[in-house]
Ligand binder design. Structure first.
Ligand SMILES: Cc1cc2nc3c(=O)[nH]c(=O)nc-3n(C[C@H](O)[C@H](O)[C@H](O)COP(=O)(O)OP(=O)(O)OC[C@H]3O[C@@H](n4cnc5c(N)ncnc54)[C@H](O)[C@@H]3O)c2cc1C
Length: 293
């Protein structure tokens, strides 16, 4: 088995697969050999990505829905904004994994291996070595999509989670507007921290709703569920609904500087070249919004 490559990609999620896809599209890199190490099968629809786009993206063929208006709501202010240049687009995680896996399947440049990287180090003078239970693999460069470990400095920086539980619901009456993403609905209680409802409507009777908070700690799961039930039944006046799917997330957000590079190891955590890069920008913009000036 080949153990030496040009590039190692650690993690086959949004960042790792976007990078692999971009490398596969680049004719100047067609002689490069790439090993992508990912422990999970990535055969579940484990998340939904939504992102801004003002130009065609390489993944437009798998966009499940896009919106041309967004709504902002709070107790004292509500407005529906028509989007001019941009569209807000949504891709289902499983569609993305399958799309990129299919694109790489017959490409001899790429080796996809189910393995966890236990250790990743620079290998002087100009290489890297990844240790896995399947053996050690070397390369000129590694692109690492694992979250960086940081020594927290709460006196200097802020550390928050963007955490949420989402339900894809079907209702028995028309309540949603499939043209308008309910981007942030702050009409519920805030408890001294930003809490909002985020609603992606797919049709008049089907939507993904997510109760989302920016704060230091997670809530008990029942608290997210109670807030979504209350939003559906009280705010929207839904009489009965069915939960078709659920997703859960807790995304770290910080202004702590993160190293982009350590020798031949480049961090791609949360970065998704080749089309999904707007995805993380959504979060950093959201974080900027809540930073005091
Ligand atoms: C339910 C959910 C919904 C989300 N929706 C949005 C959204 O709408 N917009 C948005 O901007 N962001 C969203 N996010 C945030 C999302 O995590 C990021 O947008 C994106 O997935 C980050 O890409 P990534 O490659 O850094 O991480 P991931 O996509 O999580 O990929 C990291 C990969 O690394 C693998 N890995 C971990 N450890 C190792 C190891 N030791 N060795 C090898 N591989 C390893 C993991 O198995 C994983 O597949 C959502 C997250 C969740 C959970």
């Amino acid at each position: 088995m080949q153990t030496d490559f040009d590039y190692l990609i650690v993690g086959g999620g949004a960042a790792g697969l976007s990078l692999a896809y971009a490398l596969a599209q680049e004719p100047r890199l067609h002689d490069k050999r790439v090993l992508l190490l990912e422990p999970a099968a990535k055969d579940q629809n484990d998340r939904t990505w939504s992102f801004w786009a003002d130009a065609p993206s390489p993944f437009d063929s798998i966009v499940a829905h896009e919106w041309q208006q967004l709504a902002f709501r709070s107790p004292g202010f509500e407005r529906v904004f028509p989007l001019r240049r941009h569209r807000y687009k949504m891709i289902r995680g499983l569609d993305f994994y399958q799309f990129v896996h299919a694109a790489l399947a017959d490409n001899p440049q790429f080796t996809l291996m189910r393995a966890t990287v236990d250790n990743l180090e620079n290998l002087p003078p100009a290489g890297v070595v990844a240790s896995t239970i399947e053996g050690n693999f070397t390369a000129r460069y590694a692109f690492d999509s694992r979250p960086p470990s940081i020594d927290k400095r709460p006196d200097k920086h802020r550390y928050l989670l963007q955490h949420f539980v989402g339900w894809e619901v079907e209702t028995d009456q028309d309540v949603f507007d499939p043209e308008t993403v309910e981007f942030m609905d702050f009409r519920g209680p805030q408890y001294q921290e930003p809490r909002f409802m985020y609603v992606l409507p797919f049709s008049r009777r089907r939507a993904l709703i997510e109760y989302t908070l920016f704060s230091g700690d997670l809530l008990p799961k029942a608290a997210y569920e109670a807030a979504m039930h209350d939003y559906l039944t009280t705010t929207l006046g839904v009489k009965t609904y069915r939960i078709a799917a659920e997703e859960v997330g807790a995304i770290p957000m910080t202004d702590h500087p993160l190293a982009a590079r350590r020798g031949q190891i480049l961090s791609i955590w949360g970065r998704a070249p080749g089309g999904l890069s707007q995805v993380r920008a959504t979060h950093s913009n959201a974080f900027r919004r809540i930073r005091p000036a």
